[in-house]
Design a protein. Structure first.
Length: 297
């Protein structure tokens, strides 16, 4: 029996959405027909004919489009935005990628969007997520079987300048959050790492390598039980993230923000389906012999 669940994404790449959802249907969702919700900014998906072409991928699956009226938080000025940080990546990112910063807000606040409130389980993907092989099990069932509230198609923990340039101040923010809310850290290794300080140099950047090398959610294939977001701890944590506007100031994504919440307040490892090593999934579809890059957003 299928769960009260859905699959959702925020999309800006009209040219690849149909391929993404066709692979998703052929290799996973045609077994379950979980509804698919596509969120977007601007007018790109106002095209009714295009919507119909997407809805016809599988007429048994309800596919819907939802426009987001995104705004920069009122308490921020231009000088507060990510593109003003003093590193090469943020400067290359520039104002032209504001849509990505709006997406960061969505990825960390999706559980509070009206369209998703009725679902007990949710899978978050990207519009270039590549379901490349047959996944013959229900990911929501796996969450329940393993008694987890959160899972991921794969984990990652590589650390280099690009990673650190999108986690500016994240280590210190987590430390401050723990101190301000007197958090009893559930994950023993994280507790140890937060006591170590920023003692390492990676790609010329001072950091805490152990902290940044913890396993993180993929961010492009994440599975959630809504119960995780109904606690006071989550609401306090998310409120602090939004007060700071970490997605806009520092480009912090859900892979960092939600992973760290799980380590702090739940403590155990989240579910890792290891789909990449099983050749069932890849985080980017091939494009003309290569992968679709971040700057295609």
């Amino acid at each position: 029996m299928t769960k009260n669940g859905c699959i959702f994404l925020i999309s800006a790449r009209k040219n690849i959405l149909q391929r993404c959802l066709t692979y998703l249907d052929n290799n996973y969702n045609n077994q379950f027909n979980y509804p698919i919700l596509i969120f977007y900014h601007g007018i790109k998906y106002d095209d009714i004919d295009f919507r119909k072409s997407i809805e016809n991928i599988n007429i048994k699956t309800k596919i819907s489009f939802h426009k987001i009226d995104a705004k920069i938080p009122e308490h921020l000025t231009d000088k507060d935005m990510f593109w003003n940080l003093k590193n090469k990546y943020s400067n290359e990112f520039g104002k032209k990628r504001l849509g990505y910063l709006h997406a960061n807000y969505f990825w960390n606040n999706f559980m509070n969007f009206e369209e998703l409130l009725k679902y007990d389980y949710m899978i978050r993907i990207d519009d270039d997520s590549w379901f490349k092989g047959k996944i013959k099990f229900d990911m929501f069932d796996k969450l329940d079987t393993e008694n987890k509230l959160c899972g991921t198609g794969y984990t990652w923990n590589h650390v280099h300048d690009r990673v650190l340039n999108t986690r500016h101040n994240f280590y210190n923010w987590i430390k401050d959050y723990v101190n301000n809310y007197n958090v009893t850290i559930k994950h023993s290794k994280l507790k140890q790492f937060l006591e170590e300080g920023e003692k390492d140099i990676v790609s010329g950047i001072r950091c805490n390598k152990n902290f940044h090398s913890m396993k993180f959610l993929s961010g492009n294939c994440s599975i959630y039980n809504r119960k995780m977001f109904e606690t006071n701890e989550w609401k306090e944590y998310l409120n602090e993230f939004n007060k700071l506007a970490g997605g806009y100031r520092y480009r912090w994504g859900d892979c960092e923000v939600i992973s760290m919440y799980y380590y702090l307040h739940i403590g155990e490892e989240f579910l890792d389906l290891d789909l990449i090593n099983k050749n069932l999934y890849h985080n980017q579809m091939p494009k003309f012999g290569g992968a679709i890059k971040d700057n295609d957003l």
